[in-house]
Design a protein around this ligand. Structure first.
Ligand SMILES: C[C@@H](O)[C@H](N)C(=O)O
Ligand SMILES: C[C@@H](O)[C@H](N)C(=O)O
Lengths: 160, 160
């Protein structure tokens, strides 16, 4: 199908908090994000996978660098109340995204995006997708390079 | 800020494959999705979190129910080649999404969405977000009910 990647964006100064070993039952995500909202913390993306045959989940979210330490503190308090195995914070991150249209399936575009980052030896920490966007969280130091290699891979540098 | 949730969508007949304990180094995601693309498998969303202080990652992706078994087979072969701890398949899933505008931060809208699902005792298996969308993977049997409770929570049922 005719997939057209329109552009590449970079979001800098991100941090990520992840709650590991969260009980996988109704109401838990609600409690976590109600507390985050009460503390007026910024949330950019939320990324949750269930693991170990669905007995537990890992919930990560990206936030601004400014909110990172407070976000970790709020989540460590929640971890004690809810019974979460551990909370990890990583502060020097960036999000590089490609925006495409006509992506009925992400397979081809994702493979090309990941290949371009792999060739540049850039490690992908998180991946999220939506109808028209594929985003990768990378180390802050890799952000600029990631944009350059993706511009080249999707031939966007020709248009400029 | 003035967040307006425009609508709720439901995608049925989804399955999810997750690779657990994937080595977290450059080039791995590329190998996985190149193989998936070679096998012409449909990929809806990709959801990756890194865990255990970044030594490994869990990569989940949703696919059509029709491709589910083949996707698991392809990933089990990859798991042997790459050294992945385990591959899990879940076949009876649906994705419920809310689409909003003006979401500078997902905090408030996410908290409200998760609260509505929690009140209806609907378990959230995966969460992904983008600029204007928050999606939750739920059991296929919960899909319709999830749409109804979210319509009510965001007062979209009044407009119809
Ligand atoms: C882990 C968490 O998302 C839980 N499954 C819930 O529904 O709240
Ligand atoms: C786990 C996988 O995404 C790996 N970090 C990579 O960059 O390919």
């Amino acid at each position: 199908e005719d997939i057209v990647v329109r552009g590449v964006t970079l979001k800098r100064d991100l941090a990520r908090v992840i709650l590991i070993g969260v009980p996988n039952q109704p109401g838990i995500a609600s409690r976590i994000f109600a507390r985050i909202a009460e503390n007026k913390l910024v949330v950019d993306d939320i990324i949750q996978n269930i693991v170990e045959h669905a007995s537990e989940a890992n919930i990560g979210f990206t936030t601004s660098k400014a909110d990172a330490r407070e976000a970790r503190m709020v989540c460590e308090q929640l971890a004690r109340e809810i019974g979460v195995r551990s909370v990890e914070l990583d502060e020097d991150l960036a999000k590089v995204s490609i925006v495409g249209v006509g992506m009925k399936t992400h397979t081809g575009v994702a493979a090309k995006m990941f290949q371009a980052l792999a060739d540049a030896r850039i490690n992908i920490q998180n991946i999220t997708t939506s109808e028209i966007v594929i985003s990768c969280i990378v180390a802050a130091a890799d952000g600029e390079k990631a944009v350059q290699v993706l511009h080249r891979a999707f031939e966007l540098d020709k248009e400029q």
